[in-house]
Ligand binder design. Structure first.
Ligand code: F6P
Length: 342
């Protein structure tokens, strides 16, 4: 069998571990693997490289980013390239395609599958928002990086009697904010699923100082929004790929708290630091398992599916179930975190 893979959307620690898992498993079956460069664009432009099961592939387990490169493509452009994609895959003799990506990529994978292309998807995103899977790889690394940053901010915040705002990634969901905030002992966590009330956050900080505490840490997901009518905030525009551009909600919250509380406030935006570098052990293992299982599914001709972690097991779910909706932070999880606010 000849398998093709590609990585699409924002990069994520663990992508290379998936690629390695695919190549090594394919070799067991006597199959070969090619990788398309820069996501869907490379597939449409037929830019591909042969991936050999050698020591170079073996060593990419530890490497962040993706050796194939990645990219984004507007869904309309992608869909207009169907015949080109079909032709390129046929000419290259590809029997199965394993696209590795987030919700957008998996939607593309489903669309290809609906159009008769043999596809098995692999979910990835640091945001952990792909439906149907307990965890996506990359999330654990992002949470570890963000937690380490919060740990460090505690000491400098305490020394200066400051409120520290830490803005983390999370376009539509607050999983990184929730987990890093809880692990880092934040005094308030703001997530996109629950519009915030600036008066309530300010009060929580005020209470801390009244009780003799010297500082406060607030973790904010980049996609967080105020409750309508509680605060001025202009949402960013939408970029060429249809994605929301963020206007620095962490800084906005910081400025507002400073105004209301009269206390010294500093804001740190972690940005792409959360996505860079070597994956954690958890992400390496999960990504490797996804690569192995996706390759096995190709050989079983179990197409139109996506690998997913369900409890202890990696299973195959319908691509449709992975893309129908986003996996948001449930109320119960936020309520648990709230118990430790202030
Ligand atoms: O979807 C993953 C993600 O890291 C989001 O958390 C973030 O909003 C976005 O990608 C950033 O994308 P870009 O790399 O295009 O700035």
């Amino acid at each position: 069998m000849r398998i093709a893979t590609l990585t699409s959307g924002g990069d994520c620690p663990g992508l290379n571990a998936v690629i390695r898992g695919i190549v090594r498993t394919a070799t067991e079956y006597g199959s070969t693997v090619v990788g398309y460069e820069d996501g869907w664009v490379g597939l449409m432009e037929d830019r591909r490289i042969q991936l050999y099961d050698d020591e170079n592939i073996d060593r990419i387990l530890l490497r962040g980013g993706t050796i194939l490169g990645t990219g984004r493509l507007h869904p309309d452009k992608f869909k207009s390239g169907l015949e080109q994609i079909r032709e390129n895959l046929e000419e290259a003799g590809i029997d199965a395609l394993i696209p590795i990506g987030g919700e957008g990529t998996l939607k593309g994978a489903k669309w290809l599958s609906d159009n008769g292309i043999p596809v098995v998807g692999v979910p990835k995103t640091i945001d952990n928002d792909v439906n149907g899977t307990d965890y996506t790889f990359g999330f654990d690394t992002a949470v570890s990086v963000a937690t380490d940053a919060i740990d460090r901010l505690h000491t400098t915040a305490e020394s200066h009697n400051r409120v520290m705002i830490v803005e983390v990634m999370g376009r539509h969901v607050g999983w990184i904010a929730l987990h890093a905030g809880m692990a880092g002992g934040a005094h308030y966590i703001v997530i996109p699923e629950v519009p915030f009330d600036i008066a309530e956050i300010t009060k929580a900080m005020e209470r801390r100082f009244q009780l003799g505490e010297k500082y406060g840490i607030i973790v904010v997901a980049e996609g967080a929004l105020p409750k309508p009518g509680t605060m001025d905030f202009t949402e960013g525009a939408v970029d060429q790929f249809g994605h929301q551009v963020f206007n620095g909600i962490g800084q906005v919250i910081g400025d507002e708290i400073k105004k209301r509380l009269g206390h010294d406030v500093r804001t740190t935006t972690l940005g792409h630091i959360q996505r860079g570098g070597t994956p954690t052990a958890f992400d390496r293992v999960l990504a490797t398992r996804y690569g192995v299982h996706a390759t096995r599914a190709c050989h079983d001709k179990d197409f139109g599916k996506c690998v997913a972690l369900r409890g202890e097991h990696v299973e195959l779910i319908d691509l449709e179930d992975a893309v129908g909706k986003l996996k948001v932070v449930p109320d119960s999880r936020y309520r648990t975190a709230r118990a430790l606010f202030g």
